[in-house]
Design a protein around this ligand. Structure first.
Ligand SMILES: C[S@@+](CC[C@H](N)C(=O)[O-])C[C@H]1O[C@@H](n2cnc3c(N)ncnc32)[C@H](O)[C@@H]1O
Length: 272
């Protein structure tokens, strides 16, 4: 209880993002992780490994930016600090974990409350009355602006792209009448984030859900949904399995499993 209270005190989130449910979602992720820590461990280890492998192949090493840093569960902060002069940990919610790294590696690591969708302030201003069509257009037209901390030699988008429009979409009153709204916001926000990433210089690494499976208790695949094609992405460079919600976390009838993908863009990288 006390630990949770002191974590909350150290956590910062702009009011617009709170209204749109992002602080609550941040806390829910921490709770889900605490419940299924062992099931998530291989996925988190694989994410950290891929990030470090790409970091070590960058030929310029002034600054690395991590987008969606959250609690840094999948971010190898110490390893990145060995490779880069500066580490910027960006998220709409700056967590107690990020504050801890800022103190531990003072002057080298810093957190930034930053909206990677560029849409949250505009959306929060009209949250109560916005029509569903208008909401997804806000994401489609938004601009996240320059990267926090300045241009980076490596940008890692860390398992956040599918969340950018989804969580705010669920928080809108318009969702009550249009259950497809969060999905459309998610798609629009993901496309904008991809376009933004593609415009940036340096090496870029995208970690994101590639597919979602429902697996029965006997191991039989009950359902598969490919996610990366919805966002106009090619096949990932690498994939691995994430046991997101073992029975009974999501459903008593199936395990929810994600295939996570890693996509790498950019020229300033030593190819192996
Ligand atoms: C699934 S979590 C990623 C896990 C995180 N990398 C970790 O290791 O804890 C998604 C993250 O995206 C962040 N996020 C959601 N919307 C955002 C936005 N508009 N701008 C920046 N970060 C956002 C959330 O706050 C959350 O920390």
């Amino acid at each position: 209880m006390f630990a949770r209270f002191s974590r909350r005190l150290a956590t910062t989130c702009p009011p617009a993002a709170r209204e749109l449910g992002l602080l609550r979602e941040h806390e829910d992720i921490a709770k889900r992780h605490a419940k299924v820590r062992a099931a998530w461990a291989p996925h988190l280890a694989e994410s950290r490994k891929v990030i470090l492998e790409v970091a070590e192949r960058c030929d310029r090493r002034q600054r690395v930016l991590v987008i969606g840093a959250g609690d840094c569960l999948d971010v190898p902060v110490a390893g990145l600090a060995e490779c880069f002069a500066e580490v910027v940990l960006a998220d709409i919610v700056t967590s107690a974990e990020v504050r801890w790294w800022e103190k531990k590696l003072s002057g080298q690591v810093r957190g930034a409350n930053w909206d990677a969708s560029g849409a949250l302030a505009a959306l929060a201003a009209v949250r109560k009355t916005v029509a569903s069509q208008e909401a997804s257009e806000i994401f489609a037209k938004a601009d996240a602006g320059p990267p926090p901390g300045g241009e980076a030699d490596l940008i890692v988008s860390a398992n956040c792209i599918s969340q950018l429009g989804l969580v705010p979409g669920h928080s809108l009153p318009a969702y009550d009448k249009d259950k497809g709204l969060p999905d459309r916001c998610a798609k629009a926000a993901a496309k904008r984030h991809l376009a933004w990433l593609q415009q940036q210089p340096g090496v870029r690494l995208l970690l994101a859900d590639a597919a979602r499976y429902d697996i029965g208790p006997d191991g039989k695949q009950l359902k598969k949904e490919t996610l990366h094609e919805r966002f106009g992405l090619p096949k990932p460079d690498r994939t691995w399995r994430w046991d997101l919600a073992p029975i009974p976390e999501w459903s008593p009838d199936f395990h929810r499993v994600h295939e996570v993908g890693a996509w790498m863009f950019g020229e300033n990288v030593v190819r192996r």
